[in-house]
Design a protein around this ligand. Structure first.
Ligand code: MN
Length: 271
């Protein structure tokens, strides 16, 4: 028999010092609103993560935490001060009012509360000089947070040869992207003319926000698929879901993207 106390003590202290040095990355929450049809928590709002996002960050050695919406004295600036970076989770459409439009169809009304919560988070982290990485909805949110606009419905407003979403196949629906010439992303990806990525989005960028540069476009229809902000604070976003990609799919290797984001977070911590 081993002594449980002795066994438990050594790893706990080793692991405590390892965790102190790990980057702490906030992830914005998805909101599920009260729904009388739901069997649990029907009258309540749930804030949640899909597990692939935190697992993707853990794969890079970071410690992810979900950032809940603020209440009372505690809000985005506190999380921006405490954490080393922010990842914007994918999910619901944006509310068209967030970029000065009215919903063209009731079902394209999006999630206004989540927009407000995430826009405040983006500005708080950028103001603190902490890196921001947007995934899918996160790309659209970043674009809107800095004054860009969206197509409310790509299939009707920007029809093309490459559907950007397929409800049946979900995260194994793909198209290709081409990195924009002389961009930050083209310097990172030099071994192919185009890269296969998953595509699970309903909306897309119409007008790019001032101060941003396109990094990648859809090969088939030119839709903007990755953006980066010029200037001091690190704000990057991709329209695809790197957290769902697996090597067996023959897709782009997202490791350089993750490493670049975490390197920027590490540099900010050491500054
Ligand atoms: Mn796409």
């Amino acid at each position: 028999m081993t002594n449980p106390t002795a066994v438990d003590t050594a790893p706990a202290s080793a692991s405590a010092s390892a965790s102190a040095s790990r980057l702490k990355i906030g992830i914005s929450a998805c909101f599920m609103y009260p729904d009388p049809q739901r069997r649990s928590y029907a009258p309540k709002t749930l804030q949640y993560l899909e597990q692939s996002v935190p697992h993707w960050l853990m794969g890079g050695g970071a410690m992810p935490v979900m950032v809940p919406s603020g209440v009372g004295e505690i809000g985005p600036a506190d999380y921006a001060e405490w954490l080393d970076g922010l990842v914007l989770h994918g999910g619901a459409d944006l509310w068209p009012g967030s970029y000065g439009e009215s919903p063209l169809q009731p079902e394209w009304s999006g999630d206004r509360l989540r927009d407000e919560y995430e826009i405040a988070l983006v500005h708080a982290f950028a103001a603190a000089g902490k890196p921001v990485f947007g995934i899918c909805r996160g790309l659209q949110l970043v674009n809107v947070a800095y004054g860009g606009t969206l197509y409310q419905d790509l299939p009707t407003q920007r029809p093309g040869p490459a559907p950007h979403r397929n409800h049946e196949t979900f995260d194994i629906h793909y198209h290709h992207v081409v990195m924009e010439d002389n961009s930050w992303l083209s310097a990172m990806y030099t071994d192919a003319d185009s890269y296969k990525i998953n595509s699970i989005h309903h909306q897309g960028i119409k007008d790019l926000a001032p101060g941003f540069r396109v990094q990648a476009r859809c090969l088939e229809d030119g839709n903007i698929e990755a953006i980066r902000r010029d200037g001091a604070s690190y704000v990057v976003a991709v329209q695809w879901h790197p957290e769902f990609h697996t090597p067996e799919q023959g897709v782009i290797d997202d490791t350089p993207l993750l490493q670049d984001f975490l390197r920027a977070a590490r540099a900010r911590r050491s500054a």
